[in-house]
Write a protein that binds this ligand. Structure first.
Ligand SMILES: Cc1cc2nc3c(=O)[nH]c(=O)nc-3n(C[C@H](O)[C@H](O)[C@H](O)COP(=O)(O)OP(=O)(O)OC[C@H]3O[C@@H](n4cnc5c(N)ncnc54)[C@H](O)[C@@H]3O)c2cc1C
Length: 529
C-alpha cells in the first residue's frame, strides 16, 4: 500500500496530526494497535495547558506570553541542552496556535476556572487560565465508529464537594474530558477521508539507505508494508507496559502493574533503534501515586489531597506534602525510599475521609468486604490495631498522627506545607476555611491503603528537534521520521508544570511535525518569531 503520511497511534496526538495532514492535502493512514481509539487521552480529563490561549482574558488574565511560559518552564527544570531549550520555545510559541486550531475546528474548549499552574509561586506562573479542557459533547459519531472510543469515568476526576455538586447535572449521554476530544477529532478524521486501521500494530519501519520510507504493520494476522511518500509520525506513547524496559531505565523498584497508562510497550523505542535514533530522559515518568486493587493500579489524587488523611513511610513517619502535584509526589516517594523504605507507603484516613471521598475503585462510603478481607483496604478501630495491620512501627505511626493532628487543628502544616500553595487549595475542601487540605485523622474507624509510585506514562524517548524530527546521536535528522508525545523525550524533564502539560505538548509536537513534513513550518515560525 502507498500513502503520503502514516501516523502510528490513534490517541489525541495521532488524530490531530491526521486531521491536520489531511487538511494540508495529504493522503493519511492512521494505524492503531488496539481495537479502540483514544489511547491514554480518552481516559483523562482532557486538560490542555496552552499558555497564551485566546480564552485567558475571560478569567481575568489578559496577558500571557510565550516568553513568560518559557521562563516558567526553565525555572522548574533547567532545559539541560540547547535542543530542549529550542523545543520549549517552539512549544510555548505554538501552544496558542494549536488552541486556535482546535476552536476554529469547532472543538469547544473552556478554561478550567481557578486552576493555577502547578508551581504558582515560581516566576512566569499564572494563577489560572492556561489550562483548558474540552466542553462535554454528545457523541456525534456514526455507528461504525461510536463504539470505538475508549470510555471514561468522569466521577474519578472529581473531588469530594465538587463530585457531590456535579452529580445531579452529569449527563450520561455526553462525552466529556479526553474522550470528548478524541471523539471530536475522530469525527473530523473519518469525515475528511483519513483511513484508520484498528488492531494494526506497527511492527517495524521500512528503511532505505538510512531514510524511513514507510512502515510494516500487522493487520488481521497479515504483515502489510505501507509506503509513506511524505513521512511517518510516531504517536504511539512510551514504554510503561514493558517490564524489561522499566527495569532497564526507571528507578527501582518498578512494576508495569503500577502504571495507569493504557499500555504502551516501547514500540517507538524499538522503531528508533532501527535508525540509530538518539534517546533521552528514559529514567523519567509522569509519576503518580497509586493503590492496587482488583489487579489494577488506581490513582489516589483525590484521596491524598482531601483532608483527614496523611501518608507515612514504613517507619510510620510522614515525609511529604501529600497534596503536591502527582509527578512531584511520586518522585518524592522514590527519593525518600533511598534512605527509608517508602515503596510502598501508606495512605491513612479516618472515617470522615472514607465517607466523603472516592478511593481508587471504591466510591465514597463504599468499602467492600472483599477488599478488606483481601487486605487491599485496611480497616482498624484504633491506632494500635492500624499499626499492627500495616506492620509499621507503632511508636512512629502514633507519633506522626499526634503531630499531624495538632497541625491540622491549627490549620498549618509546618512540616511539609500541605495546603500552602494555591495548587493544593484548588483541590481541597472549600468548607475547611483555615486549610482546605488539612483535617485531623482522629475519627474511628481508621482506614489505610498501600500506595506505590505509579505513573500515567513514561517521559523518556526518542530525541526530536523543535520540528519534531527524530534525531540521531550526531544531531542529524532521520529523513522521513517524526515523533511526538511520549514517543519522544519530554521537554519537561522531571517536572510537572501544570495539569494538561503532557497532552498539550503531545498535540503541539504532532502539529509541528505535520507542518514540517508538509514544508510549512518555517512559514509559521516566521510569523511567530
Ligand atoms: C490516567 C491518566 C491521567 C493523565 N492525566 C493527565 C493530565 O492530567 N494532564 C496531562 O497533560 N496528561 C495526562 N496524562 C497523559 C496524557 O494522557 C498523555 O500525555 C496524552 O494522552 C498523550 O496523547 P497521545 O495521543 O500521544 O497518546 P495516547 O493517547 O496514549 O495514544 C497512543 C496510541 O498509540 C497506540 N499504540 C501503541 N503502540 C502502538 C503500536 N505499536 N502500533 C500502533 N499503535 C500503537 C496506543 O494503543 C494508543 O491508542 C494522563 C494519562 C493517564 C493514563
Amino acid at each position: 500500500m502507498r500513502t503520503d503520511v502514516v501516523v502510528i497511534g490513534a490517541g489525541a496526538a495521532g488524530l490531530l496530526a491526521a486531521v491536520a495532514a489531511r487538511r494540508l492535502g495529504h493522503e493519511v493512514l492512521v494505524v492503531e494497535r488496539s481495537g479502540s481509539v483514544g489511547g491514554s487521552t480518552a481516559t483523562t480529563d482532557g486538560a490542555l495547558w496552552l499558555p497564551g490561549n485566546d480564552m485567558m482574558g475571560r478569567v481575568g488574565i489578559p496577558s500571557d506570553s510565550a516568553a513568560e511560559a518559557a521562563s516558567y518552564l526553565d525555572a522548574l527544570a533547567a532545559p539541560g541542552s540547547p535542543l530542549v531549550a529550542a523545543r520549549r520555545v517552539a512549544f510555548t510559541r505554538t501552544a496558542a496556535i494549536v488552541g486556535r486550531w482546535l476552536t476554529t475546528s469547532r472543538i469547544a474548549l473552556e478554561v478550567v476556572k481557578g486552576l493555577p499552574d502547578c508551581r504558582p509561586d515560581v516566576e512566569g506562573a499564572k494563577a489560572q487560565g492556561r489550562t483548558l479542557r474540552p466542553k462535554p459533547v454528545p457523541p456525534k459519531l456514526d455507528e461504525e465508529w461510536a463504539h470505538t472510543v475508549r470510555g471514561v469515568d468522569p466521577a474519578a476526576s472529581q473531588t469530594g464537594l465538587r463530585a457531590w455538586l456535579a452529580r445531579p447535572f452529569r449527563d450520561p449521554g455526553q462525552l466529556s474530558g479526553g474522550a470528548a476530544l478524541v471523539a471530536e477529532l475522530l469525527r473530523r478524521a473519518v469525515g475528511s477521508g483519513v483511513q484508520l486501521w484498528l488492531e494494526a500494530p506497527l511492527t517495524s519501519l521500512l528503511v532505505d539507505d538510512g531514510a524511513v520510507t514507510g512502515v510494516a504493520v500487522e493487520r488481521a494476522g497479515e504483515a502489510v508494508d505501507v509506503h509513506a511518500d511524505k513521512g511517518v509520525l510516531l504517536a504511539c506513547g512510551g514504554f510503561e507496559a514493558d517490564q524489561g524496559l522499566r527495569e532497564e531505565h526507571l528507578p527501582m523498584p518498578t512494576s508495569s502493574d503500577w502504571s495507569v497508562g493504557v499500555g504502551a510497550d516501547g514500540a517507538a523505542l524499538r522503531a528508533g533503534q532501527q535508525v540509530n535514533a538518539a534517546l533521552a530522559g528514559l529514567d523519567q515518568a509522569w509519576w503518580t501515586p497509586v493503590l492496587l486493587a482488583d489487579g489494577k493500579a488506581h490513582k489516589v489524587d483525590v484521596a491524598r489531597i482531601a483532608p483527614h488523611s496523611m501518608i507515612v513511610d514504613q517507619a510510620g513517619d510522614r515525609y511529604l506534602n501529600e497534596a503536591q502535584p502527582s509527578v512531584f509526589a511520586g518522585s518524592r516517594m522514590y527519593e525518600h525510599n533511598r534512605g527509608m523504605r517508602s515503596v510502598p507507603s501508606y495512605l491513612i484516613m479516618d472515617s470522615r475521609h472514607r465517607k466523603a471521598n472516592r478511593l481508587g475503585p471504591w466510591d465514597a462510603g463504599n468499602s467492600p468486604k472483599s477488599a478488606i478481607e483481601s487486605g487491599e483496604l485496611v480497616k482498624a478501630a484504633g491506632f494500635d490495631e492500624l499499626a499492627r495491620a500495616l506492620g509499621v512501627d507503632r511508636a512512629g505511626l502514633i507519633g506522626s498522627l499526634v503531630a499531624f493532628n495538632m497541625m491540622a487543628k491549627r490549620g498549618k502544616d509546618t512540616d511539609f506545607g500541605r495546603g500552602d500553595s494555591a495548587w493544593d487549595r484548588h483541590f481541597g475542601d472549600p468548607l475547611l476555611r483555615r486549610n482546605p487540605c488539612l483535617g485531623a485523622v482522629d475519627k474511628q474507624p481508621f482506614w489505610a491503603v498501600r500506595i506505590y509510585p505509579g505513573d500515567s506514562g513514561t517521559k523518556g524517548g526518542l530525541v526530536i528537534d523543535d520540528r519534531s524530527r527524530v534525531l540521531r546521536e550526531d544531531d542529524t535528522a532521520v529523513p522521513g521520521l517524526w515523533a511526538c508525545s511520549a514517543s519522544a523525550a519530554s521537554i519537561f524533564g522531571g517536572s510537572q508544570p501544570a495539569q494538561g502539560a503532557g497532552l498539550a505538548a503531545a498535540l503541539v509536537e504532532a502539529y509541528r511535525g505535520v507542518l514540517d513534513l508538509s514544508g510549512q513550518l518555517t512559514q509559521l515560525d516566521e510569523t511567530l518569531a
